[in-house]
Design a protein around this ligand. Structure first.
Ligand code: ARG
Length: 292
């Protein structure tokens, strides 16, 4: 209860009780995800500021943490599909970077770094083997859901470090959806999905400092009620989160973000992704959403 006092000149004091609006009831929807086990995960090259090849990686621990993420999805009723990992492709666990699927149409990927290049074709073949009829491989550098996120209305599209801005118009043509280009400016937040995620069709969470001034204005116009993350939330890759409309899977360190989400009617679900973070990845990076 908050109290508001409305007092006119010469009036008797009147105190109106104003009830704080209750958080909306959030309704989860069942999702289908494509994941790749991190059997060959390691950090042997550095293509973002999180990666330090001299720092030891515990692949066994990465596998455990990834299994816990997969089991979390399954416990929440989501379906997880798997693609076979390939030796020599240590970043293949980050399946989000290999396809953008909207209404059953697939736009594949084209990686900026040569080391990740071959991943794209493994995923292309997975889509074809799994019944997808419309699979288009991009001409322009395109790191898929690393830089593209579908709100249900718009395809939000990041650029600045990986995905070519011309890949945005290519995505609009291939997927037939309105694309909104967003400019990333902080190398730690080199992909859109480490700076912003979609909570529901009309609600997102993001870290404003990861974006250029013009892009911040665009985000404010489109999503005036957005959840604004703190520097600490962003620095643990807290924005690399996955929402099903109610449950939000996010790194265990993102406590301030989780509190905000709870106040907005969401259920935060924590996962530990300490090993994958050494490569600059979190829960969302390991999760490609298959929208039909
Ligand atoms: N090491 C990987 C890279 O730099 C991490 C990719 C994380 N994926 C993501 N969707 N942000 O490409």
């Amino acid at each position: 209860m908050t109290s508001v006092s409305l007092l006119g000149p010469g009036d008797e004091p009147i105190v109106l009780g104003v009830t704080t609006p209750a958080a909306p009831v959030r309704v989860p929807t069942t999702r289908r995800y494509l994941m790749c086990p991190p059997e060959y995960f390691t950090v042997e090259y550095a293509i973002n500021p999180w990666m330090d090849p001299t720092r030891p990686i515990d692949t066994g621990l990465a596998v455990e943490q990834w299994n816990a993420l997969k089991e979390t999805y399954e416990r929440l009723g989501h379906r997880v599909e798997l693609i076979e990992p390939v030796p020599g492709l240590p970043d293949m666990v980050f399946s989000a970077n290999s396809g953008t699927v909207v209404d059953g149409r697939v736009l594949g990927s084209r990686f900026r770094a040569e080391q990740r290049g071959p991943e794209a074709d493994h995923f292309r073949r997975w889509f074809l083997a799994n019944g997808y009829k419309s699979v288009v491989m991009p001409e322009r550098t395109n790191e898929a859901e690393g830089d593209f996120t579908w709100t249900g209305k718009y395809l939000l599209a990041g650029t600045g470090f990986r995905t070519d801005p011309l890949a945005h118009s290519e995505a609009q043509e291939v997927l037939g959806v309105p694309v909104i280009s967003l400019q990333l400016v902080d190398p730690r937040y080199y992909h859109l999905d480490v700076a912003l995620f979609v909570l529901t069709d009309d609600l997102i969470a993001y870290y404003p400092e990861a974006f250029s001034p013009g892009t911040r204005e665009v985000l404010r116009r489109l999503f005036p009620d957005a959840v604004i993350a703190t520097a600490e939330d962003a620095a643990c890759l807290g924005l690399n989160a996955v929402s099903d409309g109610r449950n939000v899977i996010l790194p265990v360190e993102a406590t301030a973000l989780a509190d905000q989400l709870t106040r907005r009617g969401f259920d935060p679900v924590f996962v530990d992704i300490s090993e994958l973070r050494k490569s600059g990845g979190g829960p969302k990076c390991c999760t490609m959403e298959l929208r039909n």
